[in-house]
Ligand binder design. Structure first.
Ligand SMILES: [Zn+2]
Length: 303
């Protein structure tokens, strides 16, 4: 079928969206909806625009892929800013939209996150991939008697320092979890989950923010800061992802992003870090490029 159709009215447009949803599994690319546009230029101009977008085109999104599984545990991840984020561990993993979902963000510990849902370990939960990318728990069914609610830890899971919990009203923005949130979901969904976790839900309600108080010495925060420093949106260091950052920090070679500028191939080689075979380190006046090569390739150092 053609992937566009003139529609006489809104009902016809909704029917077309349903037709596309029925065949989207056979399309050569993933789609999450259709766009309805006015083909009358005068009417489109009269519709005007909001501060962010024109009103004439409207997206009709397909229903999110969803399924039911069991929440069997909760991990507590620590962001580069020290914010703890609860992450649901699901079993069995759910096949949703072509990926296997074994983990889903719970956002935070307050009424805008885990508390609002009434999440408890052992409960059956409905998990959805909003926009077919972000995985989250949207409903809790049959919480087990005596189920343990999700609550902030008293100490940081990474460094055992005391955790400070504050409540504030929800509504968006703020300092939600980030950094290691790329580990929340499988595959390509990870980066989008990290972005989603950075912005708490906008439904309102208290956002309980739990924060590790060991800003300078918490290894999870240090790894998060080093990995963030390497991202394309920051300095864009080739090869420096979360896993490499963790290896460099665990080996004692890096304790802050500044240490990357003093990192040498000899130091990395001497540390014999598993997974970091032959590094190539290129230092330029304004940017560090750290590229991890496969074993057997020649190493070169330019400084
Ligand atoms: Zn900590």
């Amino acid at each position: 079928m053609p992937l566009w159709r003139p529609c006489a009215d809104a009902a016809a447009a909704v029917a077309f969206a349903a037709d596309v949803a029925a065949v989207r599994g056979g399309l050569p690319l993933d789609v999450d909806g259709v766009v309805v546009r006015l083909d009358d230029a005068a009417a489109a101009a009269a519709a005007g625009a909001t501060a962010r977008s024109p009103r004439a085109p409207v997206a009709l999104k397909f229903a999110a892929a969803a399924g039911v599984t069991r929440l069997v545990g909760v991990d507590h991840q620590v962001s580069r800013a020290g914010v703890l984020m609860p992450v649901a561990v699901l079993a069995p993993p759910l096949p949703l939209g072509g990926v296997s979902v074994a983990r889903a963000t719970l956002h935070n510990y307050g009424r805008a996150g885990a508390g609002r849902l009434g999440v408890a370990v052992g409960a059956l939960v409905t998990v959805a991939r909003g926009g077919h990318v972000i995985t989250k728990i949207v409903a809790v069914h049959a919480p087990p008697p005596g189920g343990v609610p999700v609550a902030p830890l008293a100490t940081c899971p990474a460094c055992r320092s005391p955790v400070h919990v504050t409540d504030r009203d929800g509504g968006g923005g703020g300092d939600g979890a980030d950094g290691t949130a790329e580990e929340v979901a499988d595959g390509a969904a990870a980066a989008r989950d990290a972005a989603h976790a950075a912005a708490p839900p906008r439904r309102g309600g208290a956002v309980a923010v739990a924060r590790c108080t060991n800003a300078g010495g918490c290894a999870a925060q240090v790894v998060g800061r080093v990995a963030h420093f390497g991202r394309p949106a920051c300095v864009d260091i080739c090869g420096l992802g979360a896993a490499t950052a963790r290896r460099l920090v665990d080996a004692g070679l890096v304790a802050s992003p500044a240490d990357l500028y003093a990192l040498t191939a000899d130091a990395v080689t001497a540390a014999a870090i598993p997974g970091l075979a032959v590094p190539t380190v290129v230092v330029r006046p304004t940017v560090v490029v750290l590229r991890v090569c496969s074993a057997g390739r020649a190493a070169s150092t330019l400084a």
